[in-house]
Design a protein around this ligand. Structure first.
Ligand code: KG4
Ligand code: ZN
Length: 354
């Protein structure tokens, strides 16, 4: 199966062609970051308008990159159209879903609607012909981005149980907010990552930021375990207080604050990952989402996986952030809604186990 994937859940307009679930023939991503930068975060109205403008060109580009410039011939090579229908921003999701419905109807191809978070977990298998799905399960899924921070128990392909998540800010938001306070611009994750690398390793322990623990008695929805949940809202407040007492007014101080702050997030995430790994007999740890680009997180998870004897599957850098290859690939494994997909609406708060 060669599938055209379409992804517009947040601020990336993306289209891709993937064969057989994992072989990426093309992946085109238009990032709207420069449009949102002046506002320090994603503005939904700007995002949806930009998706609308860009999506026809991005789809054409993905088709041409996979099959050549003859679009009529290219369409004949596509077996189905896959699209994200949630979770994400409603006004963004609707652009991709409408485009996918229109194409599926006009071309007489099946429509497959998939879950964006499942896509992030599938991203670890893209371009990895060496991985046999049967060797990877039971799997612990860890999706960490600007919108999500969650741990997912996957006993077998296609079965997901949400077991832990942030109760407030996502890890990416925690990075973005800190960068704003430090005057490092948007998006904050890459900036903090870069600044932290300028500090010596001992700077990671220079400032004691909270590690995201929650009250064990905090009421949680069914299935979630308190030990695997986190809260990042206190972290930003701690940084604010720290900067009031001791402003980061030199490049050296900025680097030290970035390194300590990043370490608090990385430790918080790794601690939950470790607890989750110990709670099951996992064979692999699959990590996707924009924050999984973070060098210190990758290093820490590599050490953790080696210690716990599980295979670490990190998404290739080009598929860490939002992309359509993970959507087309996931659909190629048989996942997603096929029956009645044309009548489906977007589901902005779609859960992974649904
Ligand atoms: O997956 P993504 O592209 O979009 C969604 O949120 O779905 O993730 C974007 C997030 C942003 O918060 C950004 O600051 C963060 O990923 N990010 C990073 C790094 N690169 C991107 N966070 C930490 N370190 C990085 N190197
Ligand atoms: Zn995402």
């Amino acid at each position: 199966m060669r599938i055209l994937g379409i992804e517009t859940s947040c601020d990336e307009t993306a289209a891709a062609i993937v064969e057989g679930g994992t072989r990426v023939l093309s992946s085109v991503i238009y990032s709207q970051v420069p449009l949102h930068r002046p506002y320090g975060g994603v503005v939904p109205e700007i995002a949806s308008r930009s998706h609308l403008e860009k999506i026809p060109g991005i789809i054409r580009e993905a088709l041409a990159a996979a099959f050549g410039d003859d679009l009529e011939a290219a369409w004949k090579q596509v077996d189905a159209v896959a699209v994200t229908y949630g979770p994400g921003l409603a006004s963004s999701l609707i652009v991709g879903l409408s485009a996918a419905k229109g194409l599926a109807l006009a071309l007489g191809k099946p429509l497959i609607a998939v879950n964006h978070m499942e896509g992030h977990l599938h991203s670890v298998r893209l371009d990895r012909e060496d991985l046999a799905a049967a060797d990877l399960y039971p799997q612990l899924g860890f999706a960490v981005s600007g919108g999500h921070t969650c741990f997912i128990d996957c006993p077998r392909p296609g079965e997901y149980h949400l077991i832990g998540q942030t109760l407030d800010d996502a890890a990416g938001e925690a990075f973005d907010k800190a960068a704003k306070l430090l005057g490092l611009g948007y998006p904050g994750g890459p900036a903090i990552d870069r600044e932290a690398k300028k500090a010596p390793p001992e700077a990671r322990a220079a400032i004691a930021f909270p590690r995201g623990r929650i009250d064990p008695a905090h009421p949680l929805p069914p299935g979630l375990r308190a030990g695997l949940c986190l809260s990042f809202s206190g972290l930003k407040t701690a940084l604010m207080h720290h900067l009031r007492r001791d402003p980061a007014d030199t490049p050296e101080k900025i680097a030290v604050v970035a390194a300590s702050y990043q370490e608090a997030i990385v430790r918080a995430l790794a601690e939950r990952c470790d607890l989750a790994l110990q709670s099951g007999s996992y064979r692999s740890l699959a990590v996707g989402g924009g924050v999984s680009l973070n060098a210190r997180l990758r290093e820490t998870l590599t050490a953790l996986a080696a210690r716990r004897g599980v295979k670490l599957l990190l998404a290739p850098p080009q598929y860490c952030g939002d992309n359509a290859a993970m959507i087309a690939g996931l659909a190629g494994t048989g996942a997603g809604i096929r029956q009645g997909a044309l009548a489906l609406d977007v589901v902005p708060n779609l859960e992974i186990s649904q």
